[in-house]
Design a protein around this ligand. Structure first.
Ligand code: T3D
Length: 262
């Protein structure tokens, strides 16, 4: 697929997906949602890709829905808001069900849908000058893109409610202290740090990392007994991989393992 609104490059087992509408702070029009969703489908099918890095071009990560598309300033008919949101839902599910690690490098403000797409990723690194805004309430909407699902689970109900209702800007450092993201790094080294992390993940037993993701996803809904049963089932699967054998042999032979992602 030829992309107009994003870029996709693969290097050393890592697919880097870059939101590329910097003139509108990488806000999402429907074309960009469709392209990003297609890119996640493509990396799922590409055996060369063992980890994904998502970031934005320019000074922002993503300012959420393109509001000029949602409510055209020239008065042309508005698209149905439910249709817009359903378009995002496939993207969020594609990120969460991709059985490969997804690193998000939040290079600036992440607002509205942009904030929650970041939170859907597996490991979120943010620049020290980045911030997160659940901007929805400012325009009469509620957090979508999984915001009402991820936020209470990440930061607890009190903070989730305040973030959603006040729509305040949450600086990256505070997001880190609240357990919303994994780490904050100086903005000048964000992309290199995130790339190193994604490359490191791509050399790990990535089949096993995919199973970790499947188990963690299921833990949102399972009781302990069902989660224990799932762990046993997935461990059986992990135990049949070449990487498991390689990991144990490398340990026994006191050498560095060479994992292949199978
Ligand atoms: O239909 C639906 O809406 C349903 C879907 C909902 C999902 C959502 O994501 S709803 C939430 C939508 N997003 C927002 O409400 C955030 C809007 N943006 C802002 O509040 C601010 O831009 C930021 C806080 C993100 C950044 O502020 P600042 O001062 O750094 O930048 P700026 O000057 O506001 O923006 C720079 C340019 O980007 C500006 O264009 P200009 O004046 O240079 O021509 C601005 O209009 C444009 N821009 C920023 N955000 C959006 C946008 N254009 C379209 N849509 C945007 N969301």
């Amino acid at each position: 697929m030829d992309y107009r609104h994003i870029r996709r490059e693969t290097d050393q087992g890592v697919a880097r997906l870059t939101l590329a509408r910097p003139e509108v702070l990488n806000s999402f029009n429907r074309g960009m949602v469709a392209e990003l969703r297609e890119a996640f489908t493509a990396v799922a099918a590409d055996d060369e890709v063992r980890a994904v890095l998502l970031t934005g071009e320019g000074r922002a990560f993503c300012a959420g829905q393109d509001l000029a598309e949602a409510v055209p300033p020239d008065g042309t008919p508005r698209p149905d808001i439910g249709d817009i949101v359903e378009g995002y839902n496939g993207l969020i599910l594609a990120i969460r069900t991709l059985e490969k690690p997804v690193v998000c490098a939040v290079n600036g403000v992440a607002a509205g849908a942009g904030a929650n797409i970041a939170l859907a990723c597996d490991i979120v690194l943010a620049a020290d000058d980045a911030s997160f805004i659940q901007a929805f309430a400012k325009i009469g909407l509620l957090p979508d893109n999984g915001g009402t699902f991820f936020l209470p689970r990440l930061v607890g109900m009190a903070r989730a409610t305040s973030l959603a209702m006040l729509a305040d800007r949450l600086p990256a450092q505070r997001a880190l202290e609240w357990g919303m993201i994994y780490d904050v790094v100086p903005s000048g080294v964000l992309l290199d740090t995130a790339t190193d992390l994604a490359r490191q993940l791509a050399t790990q037993p990535t089949r096993g990392l995919g199973l970790i993701k499947r188990a963690l996803n299921a833990s949102w809904e399972n009781d302990l007994a069902r989660q224990l049963a799932l762990e046993a089932e997935l461990q059986r699967e992990a135990g049949r991989t070449a990487d498991y054998l390689e990991g144990v042999r490398a340990f026994q032979q006191k050498r560095k393992p060479g994992f292949v992602g199978r």
